[in-house]
Design a protein around this ligand. Structure first.
Ligand code: NDP
Length: 482
């Protein structure tokens, strides 16, 4: 070991108590599934089986929707906002109290570094409940329209990249506005949602307000198609988002869709270059690049491209890739074999298209799913690696000469979720933010999230906003709409 290497600093898994199998959470209790085929969730860093998970059938979806409907009509929609807020505050505090347990469980099930689940996912999940607890009794003053009322029973489908955080983004505003919920976590990361079910019990949430059912695509589809669902909130791939939009076309169901992205992280020649390098690292290597708003395309001004390339590679060589439970780890495991295959396929496409591939060559663990932080240079706009979401630790570097060219290239994608601008000039930041077709534009930073700030996309990145006052709009009907 060189004198400057870090000694291992493993977090203990003893703080979590994982059951060997889980039922479905319907009406505030865990019940067995009726008839689906159970599946296993594994630790992607070791490939060890963590637990057996139930597959909810359409009968189970029926039962969950019925429980949510009863809770909605009899209890939750009638409760005062102040009382609903008390439950949300209680959930937020329990999440804080049990943060370590949740963070460890998230890391075991998802593969993300413990320092991220501990310092990002958990604090933000709790913050979403605190924030929306505050709104519950103030909806009349949120400029949502006359007499805002809840929508009803909400179906929520979340992905595997931020399992608990996406749950919080969806459950907190739904409950604050008086709706009840049937939520399905992703097949590969159900465990923190199931632990959240215990939090609902601990908070004495009235039965049926939150129902959590597990399963794969067909279970999600059964939620989407169920006639008792009034509104859908989905985060995931654009392909599935389009299927959902098609399924509900012509029905009275409302939907918000938060889909993929191919964000440009734009570096001008007057940018503070070392900070920009940190912003690139955070933009694409945070959470192994499994981030819908990841800065997966670097657009760098041509005259500093070589300098940036050198500094970026020097920095990437210092990233520690490996055991997600080690507190020093920067880049953890890829969430699943399927996702690793997808990344490998896209990287092979990039090479075949003629882009130059570079990675740090760091050692990888023998078991589990791993991919080295990778940089493609010599990328042109028509390359698939510049157009399609890879959803892994892979970044494509393109160059530009003028601000107008940067804008044209940044907007040249079917997506429009986020963008980053690095420059010393305030006027240029404002001009760029005005021109970029992206729901979020970060200036001299990247991947900053806050419950007060609305998040969502343009174009094929979806529609609707989550977070902030805007995020409440999806969960209420107002006088004019009824
Ligand atoms: P999906 O869109 O398939 O998964 C997202 C959620 O939707 C999961 O809970 C999934 O369940 C569920 N789902 C799948 N099929 C249906 C359906 N027909 N009806 C309703 N719900 C459904 O993404 P993948 O996990 O397959 O990832 C594929 C690609 O999608 C990634 O490579 C990445 O590019 C992108 N992606 C983007 C995300 C984002 O936030 N923008 C998040 C996740 C993926 P289950 O997991 O059980 O199949």
């Amino acid at each position: 070991m060189s004198p400057f290497e870090y000694a291992p600093a493993p977090e203990s898994a003893a703080v979590v108590d994982i059951a060997s199998s889980y039922g479905l959470f319907i009406g505030n209790q865990f019940v067995p599934a009726t008839g689906g085929t159970p599946f296993k969730t594994v630790n992607p860093a070791t490939e060890e089986v963590l637990a057996e998970i139930s597959e909810a059938s359409s009968d189970d979806v029926d039962a969950a929707v019925a429980a949510a409907r009863t809770a909605y009509t009899r209890v939750w929609s009638r409760m005062s906002g102040a009382d609903r807020g008390k439950y949300l505050f209680r959930i937020a505090r329990i999440l804080q109290e049990r943060a370590r347990e949740f963070a460890v469980l998230e890391t075991l099930d998802n593969g993300k570094p413990i320092k991220e689940s501990r310092d990002v996912d958990l604090p933000l999940a709790a913050a979403h409940f605190f924030y929306h607890a505050g709104w519950a009794d103030k909806l009349d003053y949120a400029s949502l329209g006359p007499n805002p009322r809840p929508v009803g029973v909400v179906g929520q489908i979340v992905p595997w990249n931020f399992p608990l955080l996406m749950l919080a983004w969806k459950v907190a505003p739904a409950l604050a506005c008086g709706n009840t919920v049937v939520l399905k976590p992703a097949e590969t990361t159900p465990l923190t949602a199931l632990l959240f079910a215990e939090v609902c019990q601990q908070a004495d949430l009235p039965p049926g307000v939150v129902n959590i059912i597990t399963g794969a695509g067909p279970t999600g589809q059964a939620i989407v198609d169920h006639p008792g669902i009034d509104k859908l909130a989905f985060t995931g791939s654009t392909a599935v988002g389009k299927m959902i939009a098609r399924s509900i076309a012509g029905t009275r169901k409302r939907a918000t869709l938060e889909l993929g992205g191919k964000a440009a992280n734009i570096i001008f020649d007057d940018a503070p270059i070392d900070q920009a390098v940190e912003g690139i690292v955070n933009g694409i290597f945070f959470n192994q690049g499994h981030v819908c708003c990841a800065g997966s395309r670097i657009l760098v001004q041509e005259n500093i491209a070589e300098d940036l390339d050198r500094r970026l590679k020097r920095r990437l060589a210092t990233l520690r890739v490996g055991d997600p439970m080690d507190k020093n780890t920067d880049v953890g495991a890829i969430n699943s074999r399927k996702q690793l295959d997808r990344i490998e396929e896209m990287v092979a496409v990039g090479e075949a298209e003629g882009a130059q591939r570079w990675d740090s060559g760091c050692e990888l663990p023998t078991n589990g799913f791993w991919f080295r932080p990778t940089v493609f240079s010599g990328v042109s706009q028509t390359h698939r690696i510049a157009q399609e979401e890879i959803f892994g630790p892979v970044v494509s570097v393109l160059t530009f000469r003028t601000p107008a060219e940067a804008v044209a290239k940044a907007n040249n994608t079917p997506y429009g979720l986020s963008a980053g601008v690095w420059t010393e000039k305030g006027s240029r930041i404002l001009w760029m933010a005005d021109q970029l077709r992206a729901g979020v534009v970060w200036a001299n930073t990247f991947n900053k999230f806050d419950p007060t700030s609305p998040f969502g996309g343009y174009k094929e990145s979806g529609y609707g906003r989550e977070g902030g006052r805007h995020g409440l709009e999806a969960y209420v009907t107002t006088g004019a709409q009824r």
